[in-house]
Design a protein around this ligand. Structure first.
Ligand code: FAD
Length: 404
C-alpha cells in the first residue's frame, strides 16, 4: 500500500483473443471462472478463454449478499450444495487467495407451528444424508441472536429455528479474483470487454463465437451468463425455461459487531447478515416480473427493510448507504441447469435463480467435467436441460419459499 500502487504485477494478464480455443466459456462471473480453473487444473485442458462483456465479477457475482449454505431440502440440491460447501472450506488454500469464507452459521427462523414442521422435515432430510442441521428451540434462538424481537407483541413471533453451523458468508469479489488469478496462472485467457454477439455454426454444430473483437473458433462453448442466459441461447436458436428477474440488496452504514450469524426466515423473504466491514447487508424478494434492468422496485427494499426492522428492532436507527440490483436467471422449478443443449458443442450452466453464489465451486467443478468429457458429472446429472420435457423437475421452491 505504501508504494502508491506502483510496481505491482497484474493479478492476471490482459491477453488479446487467439484465433481459436479448445473451450470458450461465455461469462466471467464466479461460475465461468471456476469452470475455467477446474478445466485447467483437474482436466489438464489449458487452451481456454473466458469471454466477459464487462469486467469479471461485475455481474451477480459482485452483487450478491454472499450467503453460503447447503441446507436445501431436495436431495439433488443439497448433495450439490454440500459438495460446494466442502470446496468453500478449502478455497482460500486452493486458490492461495483469501476469499474470507466465514462459517458463522446460517439460521432459518420459524414463525409458526407449520414453519417449524417444515424446518424439521428439511433438517431430517439433510441429516439422513449426513449433512449438518440443528433444530433450535425458541430459547436457543434467543441466546444465539439476543437482538431479535422475542416479545409477546412481536410482529413475526419466533417459535424456533434451524441452523447449519458450517454455513456463513464469503467475500464475493475475492472469489472472482481468486479464480481468475489461479486460472490465468494455468494459462487460461481471461478476456474482459469481449461481448459474445453470435455463434458460428456449421451443419447444426457450434464452431465458435462472434464477438465485438472478432470471430473466435472453439471446440466447445459453455454459456455461463446468469441473467443473460435467455438472450445468449437465443443466438443459437434456443428458447430456455429461464426468465430474467431483478433482485436487489442493500447495506447500512458500518457499525460494531451486532449480528454474528446469517439470519433468514422460513416465511419472510428477508435475510440479514453483517459484513466484515460492519455494514448490515439485507435483501428481499425479486421483482417477480421479467426485466434486464439492473435497477429494482423501491417497494421491494421498503418491504425487506420493514421485515428486518420487525425482526431486529435495533436496525431501525441505521442509515442505508447503498442499494443495487442484479439480473437473476429464474428457472421454472427453481433449480439450475448444467447440461448439454440440443445444438452440438454448446453447453449451458444457468438457472441458478437468486441462490447460485454458494454453488460457485461445485458449479464450476461439474461444468468443467461436462465440458471436458461431454458427460454429466454424477452430481449434475439431475440438472439436465431435458428434465422439463421429461417431467423430472426438481421443485425446491414448491416445498416452501427458499431465501438465499
Ligand atoms: P454473473 O456474475 O452474473 O456472471 C455472468 C457474466 O456473464 C456477467 O459478468 C456478464 O457480464 C457476462 N455476460 C453476459 N452476457 C454476456 C455476453 N453476451 N458475452 C460475454 N459475457 C456476457 N446467491 C447465493 O448463493 N447467496 C446469496 O446471498 C445471493 N444473494 C444474491 C443477491 C442479489 C442482489 C443477487 C442479484 C443475486 C444473489 N445471489 C445469491 C445469486 C448469485 O449471485 C448468482 O446465482 C450467481 O452469482 C450467478 O453466478 P455467475 O457467476 O454465473 O453470474
Amino acid at each position: 500500500g505504501l508504494t502508491g500502487q506502483r510496481g505491482w504485477d497484474r493479478a492476471w494478464r490482459d491477453p488479446e483473443p487467439k484465433k481459436s480455443y479448445d473451450v470458450i466459456i461465455i461469462g466471467g462471473g464466479g461460475h465461468g471462472l471456476s469452470t475455467a480453473y477446474y478445466l485447467a487444473k483437474v482436466h489438464g485442458i489449458r487452451n481456454i478463454a473466458v469471454l466477459e462483456k464487462g469486467w469479471i465479477g461485475g455481474g451477480n457475482t459482485g452483487r450478491n449478499t454472499t450467503i453460503v449454505r447447503s441446507n436445501y431440502r431436495q436431495k439433488p440440491l443439497h448433495d450439490l450444495f454440500d459438495f460446494a460447501l466442502n470446496l468453500w472450506e478449502g478455497m482460500s488454500d486452493e486458490l492461495n487467495y483469501n476469499v474470507m469464507f466465514s462459517p458463522r452459521g446460517a439460521l432459518f427462523l420459524g414463525h409458526s407451528d407449520s414453519d417449524m414442521t417444515m424446518l424439521a422435515q428439511r433438517g431430517d432430510a439433510l441429516r439422513c444424508d449426513g449433512i449438518d442441521a440443528e433444530l433450535l428451540s425458541r430459547d436457543q434462538v434467543q441466546k444465539l441472536i439476543p437482538l431479535l424481537d422475542m416479545s409477546a407483541s412481536a410482529r413475526f413471533p419466533i417459535h424456533g429455528g434451524m441452523t447449519q453451523r458450517r454455513g456463513g458468508t464469503a467475500r464475493h469479489d475475492a472469489v472472482a479474483w481468486g479464480y481468475a488469478r489461479a486460472a490465468d496462472a494455468l494459462g487460461v485467457d481471461v478476456i474482459q470487454k469481449c461481448e459474445v454477439t453470435g455463434f458460428t455454426m456449421d451443419g447444426g454444430r457450434v464452431t465458435g463465437v462472434e464477438t465485438n473483437r472478432g470471430s473466435i473458433g472453439a471446440g466447445r462453448v459453455g454459456i455461463c451468463v446468469a441473467g443473460n442466459s435467455g438472450p445468449v441461447a437465443a443466438m443459437a436458436g434456443l428458447k430456455l425455461p429461464i426468465e430474467a428477474q431483478t433482485l436487489q440488496a442493500f447495506v447500512t452504514e458500518p457499525i460494531k459487531p451486532m449480528i454474528d450469524t446469517v439470519i433468514m426466515s422460513q416465511s419472510l423473504h428477508c435475510y440479514i447478515s453483517q459484513s466484515d466491514k460492519g455494514g448490515i447487508v439485507l435483501g428481499g424478494d425479486p421483482d417477480q416480473f421479467p426485466s434486464y434492468a439492473q435497477r429494482g422496485l423501491p417497494a421491494r427494499i421498503e418491504k425487506a427493510a420493514a421485515e428486518a426492522i420487525a425482526l431486529v428492532p435495533a436496525l431501525s436507527r441505521l442509515r442505508m448507504v447503498r442499494c443495487w440490483s442484479g439480473t437473476t436467471d429464474m428457472s421454472f422449478d427453481g433449480s439450475p441447469i448444467i447440461s448439454g443443449l440440443p445444438v452440438d458443442n454448446l453447453y449451458l450452466n444457468g438457472g441458478w435463480c437468486y441462490g447460485g453464489f454458494k454453488a460457485t465451486p461445485a458449479s464450476g467443478w461439474c461444468y468443467a467435467h461436462l465440458l471436458a468429457t461431454g458427460a454429466s458429472h454424477a452430481l449434475a446429472a439431475p440438472f439436465a436441460f431435458d428434465r422439463f420435457a421429461r417431467g423430472a423437475t426438481i421443485d425446491e421452491a414448491g416445498v416452501g419459499f427458499m431465501p438465499q
